[in-house]
Design a protein around this ligand. Structure first.
Ligand code: HEM
Length: 495
C-alpha cells in the first residue's frame, strides 16, 4: 500500500478539483480523458498513461466520471482473480451511487447493472454461469466446426465469382452471427437483417433501439418455443438446466451470448485477416508452414484483443493496486489491450508470442469468457477455409486507407476491401479447395500452411457441385492412407 499515492476520489491538487465539480478542468497533472480529442488514439494514450503513472492510472470517462485504468498485465490478472476485493456489480460504484453518472450517460449500456452472469457475484453468479456453461458443454464441437465450414463456404460463394469483396461486411460480420443462430437453435433467423440489426444495436446509431428490439423479438420467440418444446440446442439446455432460469433470465443470457459472440468474433476475424493481408512476415510464415492459422489467431488475440477494455470492476474495500490507493466504491477498467502490451512481459513487441496463450483477451478469474473455444473455432475454421478458397487474396486499397471505428470497449475495422482472381462456387458440404476459373493458378501458394496442394488435382469446371478429387497414385507429395478423402469428407460433415 502506498499511502502517498492519491485515491481517485481524493481532492488532491494533483488531481484537480473533485470530479463532477463545475470548475473541473483538464490540464497538466489531472487525469486524461478516455474520450474526445484527447483519446483520438487510445493505444497511444494508454502508453502515455503508463509512462506517467505506471501499471494503474487515473482517467476520466465521458462527462468526466473518474475511473482507474489498469494497464499492467499482472495487475489486470490480479484484479479479475480477486473476487473478494473486486466485483463486477456496478451498484457499488461511488459515482453511480452519488448520481454523478446520469441515466443517459453514453456508457450506461455497459455500466447499468443487469440480472445476467457478467454482472452477478458469488452464489448468484455461480447459478447463472452454471446454466450457461452446462448449455455450452452440450455443443458438439465436430458438428459446430462443420457448420462453421459450411457457412464459410456459403459466404465465399456469395462473392468469389466477382473477384472482389469487403471481408468485414461480407464475411467477418456474417460468419459469427450465422454460427451463433445455429448454436442457439434459430438458424432460420440468420439473414442480412439480423446482421444489420446486431451491428446497428452495438454501434448505438439513432436506430439502435429498434434494431435491439428486432434481435430481442427473435430471442423472445425462441425462448417461448423452446420452453414449450425443448430440442437439443443451447437454448433448450439453458431452459431445462436445474438452475431454473426464468424466461427473462433465459432471454437476457441469450442476448449476452449472441452479442458477446457476434461482436468479439467479428473483430477477431477482421483483425486476423487484416494481419494476414498487411503484414508480409505473417503471411510468409503461414505460407511456409512455420505458423498455423490457430497460432496466427492467437497472435492477433495478443496484439489486438477484440474487447480492448471491459467496463468495469468495482472495489469492495479499500485496497492497493499497482502502487495506487484504491478506495471502496472506486471503478476500474479491465484493459486487455494495454495489458497485453505491458513491457514487463513483452519488452519487444515484434517478437512472436507463438505457444503463449497467457494474453488477457478472454479475461480471467470467475468471469473468464466461457465461449472462448467457440470464438477460436469460428476464427480458426473461417480464416483457414477462406484462405484455402482464395489463396491469391490481397488488399484492394493502400494499407493507410484502412479505417477503424473506436470506442473505449473495442476497435472495429470499418471495411477490409480485397481482390483476387474470380473463382467458381463450391459445394458448401465439401471441404474448401483452391480452384481457378481460367488458367490454373501457377504462381506461389499464398494460402496458409498447405504443403499438399501440389498433389491436389485441378477440379473439373463444374461450379455448382465440384466433385472430390480422386487420389493420384503417381502424384508427388505426402503418401496418404487409403480412404483419406472419404475420411476427410466424413470429418468435414461431422459424421
Ligand atoms: C473471440 C471471441 C471472444 C472474446 C475475445 C471474448 C472475450 C470476453 C471477455 C473479455 C469477457 C469478460 C471477462 C471478464 O468480465 O473478466 C467475456 C465474457 C463472456 N463471454 Fe466472451 N469472448 C468471445 C467469444 C464469446 C463467445 C463465442 C461466447 C458465447 C458463445 C461468449 C460468451 C461470454 C459470456 C457468457 C461472458 C460472461 C461470463 C461471466 O461473466 O461469467 N464469448 N468474453
Amino acid at each position: 500500500m502506498t499511502s502517498e499515492s492519491p485515491s481517485l476520489s481524493d481532492t488532491d491538487p494533483a488531481f484537480g478539483p473533485p470530479p463532477g465539480c463545475p470548475a473541473h478542468g483538464i490540464g497538466p497533472g489531472v487525469p486524461h480523458r478516455l474520450y474526445g480529442p484527447d483519446a483520438a488514439d487510445l493505444g497511444d494514450l494508454y502508453e502515455r498513461l503508463r509512462e506517467e503513472h505506471g501499471a494503474v492510472a487515473p482517467a476520466l470517462l465521458h462527462e468526466d466520471v473518474p475511473m482507474w485504468v489498469v494497464l499492467g498485465h499482472a495487475e489486470n490478472l490480479h484484479m479479475v482473480r480477486s473476487s473478494s476485493v473486486y466485483t463486477r456489480d456496478s451498484r457499488l460504484w461511488t459515482p453511480l451511487a452519488q448520481g454523478m453518472v446520469k441515466p443517459d450517460h453514453p456508457l450506461m449500456p455497459h455500466i447499468a447493472w443487469q440480472p445476467i452472469c457478467s454482472h452477478a457475484e458469488g452464489d448468484e453468479h455461480q447459478r447463472l454461469r452454471a446454466a450457461v456453461t452446462a448449455a455450452m458443454a452440450t455443443i458438439d464441437h465436430r458438428s459446430m466446426r462443420r457448420h462453421i465450414g459450411r457457412y464459410t463456404q456459403g459466404l465465399v460463394n456469395s462473392f468469389c465469382e466477382r473477384g472482389r469483396a469487403d471481408l468485414v461486411s461480407q464475411f467477418a460480420e456474417h460468419l459469427p452471427m450465422a454460427v451463433m443462430c445455429e448454436i442457439l437453435g434459430m438458424s432460420e433467423e440468420y439473414n442480412d437483417r439480423m446482421v444489420q440489426a446486431a451491428r446497428d444495436a452495438l454501434k448505438g446509431t439513432e436506430t439502435a433501439i429498434q434494431s435491439h428490439a428486432y434481435v430481442m423479438d427473435a430471442l423472445s420467440r425462441l425462448t417461448t418455443r423452446r420452453r414449450a418444446r425443448p430440442e437439443d440446442d443451447f437454448t433448450s439446455h439453458l431452459i431445462t438446466h436445474p438452475a431454473g432460469l426464468t424466461d427473462d433470465e433465459v432471454r437476457e443470457h441469450l442476448r449476452l451470448v449472441l452479442f458477446a459472440a457476434y461482436e468479439a468474433t467479428a473483430n477477431l476475424l477482421a483483425n486476423a485477416l487484416r494481419m494476414v493481408l498487411t503484414e508480409p512476415g505473417f503471411r510468409a510464415q503461414l505460407s511456409g508452414g512455420q505458423m498455423t492459422v490457430p497460432e496466427a489467431i492467437e497472435q492477433s488475440l495478443w496484439d489486438e484483443p477484440p474487447f480492448s477494455t471491459v467496463l468495469g470492476y468495482f472495489a469492495k474495500q479499500d485496497t492497493e493496486l499497482g502502487g495506487q490507493r484504491i478506495r471502496k466504491g472506486d471503478g476500474l477498467l479491465f484493459a486487455p489491450a494495454p495489458g497485453n502490451l505491458d513491457p514487463r512481459i513483452r519488452p519487444d513487441l515484434s517478437a512472436s508470442m507463438q505457444g503463449n496463450r497467457s494474453h488477457l483477451a478472454f479475461g480471467g478469474g470467475p468471469h473468464e469468457c466461457p465461449g472462448q473455444d467457440i470464438g477460436r473455432a469460428i476464427a480458426d475454421v473461417g480464416v483457414d477455409a477462406l484462405l484455402m478458397r482464395l489463396p491469391d487474396v490481397q488488399l484492394n486499397c493502400a494499407e493507410g486507407e484502412l479505417r477503424w471505428r473506436s470506442s473505449i470497449a473495442s476497435r472495429h475495422l470499418v471495411s477490409l476491401p480485397v481482390r483476387f482472381e474470380p473463382k467458381p462456387q463450391q459445394d458448401v458440404d465439401l471441404p474448401p479447395r483452391p480452384m481457378a476459373v481460367s488458367a490454373p493458378h501457377s504462381g506461389r501458394q499464398a494460402g496458409p500452411r498447405r504443403t499438399d496442394q501440389a498433389a491436389t488435382p485441378q477440379p473439373r469446371p463444374t461450379p455448382a457441385r465440384p466433385v472430390l478429387p480422386e487420389p493420384l497414385p503417381a502424384a508427388p507429395g505426402p503418401v496418404r492412407p487409403r480412404g483419406f478423402w472419404r475420411r476427410l469428407l466424413h470429418w468435414w460433415r461431422g459424421e
